[in-house]
Design a protein around this ligand. Structure first.
Ligand SMILES: C[S@@+](CC[C@H](N)C(=O)[O-])C[C@H]1O[C@@H](n2cnc3c(N)ncnc32)[C@H](O)[C@@H]1O
Length: 194
């Protein structure tokens, strides 16, 4: 992430926006406290992680930036948050380990369509049957591009997401658009009983 992002993603302004608007909308209808074990990918400085802890869903975290990951481990380790340094397109977890995978404002930081699709397949793999992938991201805009000058980013097109998530074997995909943001929800289908 560029320096602006490093500053903004830990700012009071972003915290307020997350708490009052983005996170309640992104996980609306999900019983987070009943969905352990949870995995958050791309927590960054962890304002999202703190909110998840306050709402009963202390997650494991997977963060690609070692500095951010170690910082978060130092800050929230005592609260029981396990922070892993690693890449969400190659997750260091066994199949079926989590009930829910959460991705807040991080998809567009995965720099190619192929890698984004690989992340969807990885999220599917680490979810239990019946598990959920949920999150929120920003659509393409001049403001988003301005925020990412000197940074790697590839905004997703919300209308393309159902087909892309279904290609990763997810079902019941739901996409909702609100202004410049969209939220997504997709299920790993339950195991078949023979
Ligand atoms: C814009 S920040 C969002 C942070 C936090 N989720 C929030 O909403 O405040 C995106 C984060 O995703 C992380 N990230 C990007 N690509 C990743 C990947 N492939 N695997 C894990 N983390 C990744 C970045 O290092 C960064 O910390």
């Amino acid at each position: 992430m560029n320096r602006f992002h490093h500053w903004y993603c830990r700012s009071g302004h972003w915290r307020l926006k997350l708490q009052s608007e983005i996170l309640p909308w992104a996980v609306n209808g999900l019983q987070l406290a009943a969905m352990a074990p949870a995995l958050e990918i791309g927590p960054g400085p962890g304002l999202t992680t703190e909110w998840l802890c306050e709402h009963g869903a202390g997650p494991a975290c997977l963060e690609i930036d070692p500095g951010l990951a170690l910082d978060l481990r130092r800050r929230l380790g005592a609260a029981g948050v396990r922070v892993y340094i690693g890449d969400a397109t190659q997750m260091p977890f066994d199949e079926g380990r989590f009930s829910i995978v959460l991705a807040f404002t991080m998809l567009h930081h995965i720099p190619s369509r192929a890698l984004q699709d690989r992340m969807f397949r990885e999220a599917y793999r680490v979810l239990q049957p019946g598990g959920i992938l949920a999150g929120v991201d920003s659509s393409d805009s001049w403001l988003l591009r301005l925020f990412h000058i000197g940074d790697r980013m590839l905004p997703l097109v919300p209308s393309e997401l159902p087909a892309r998530l279904e290609a990763a074997n997810f079902a019941n995909v739901q996409i909702d658009i609100r202004g410049e943001r969209f939220r997504f929800l997709a299920y790993r289908p339950p195991a078949r009983v023979h």
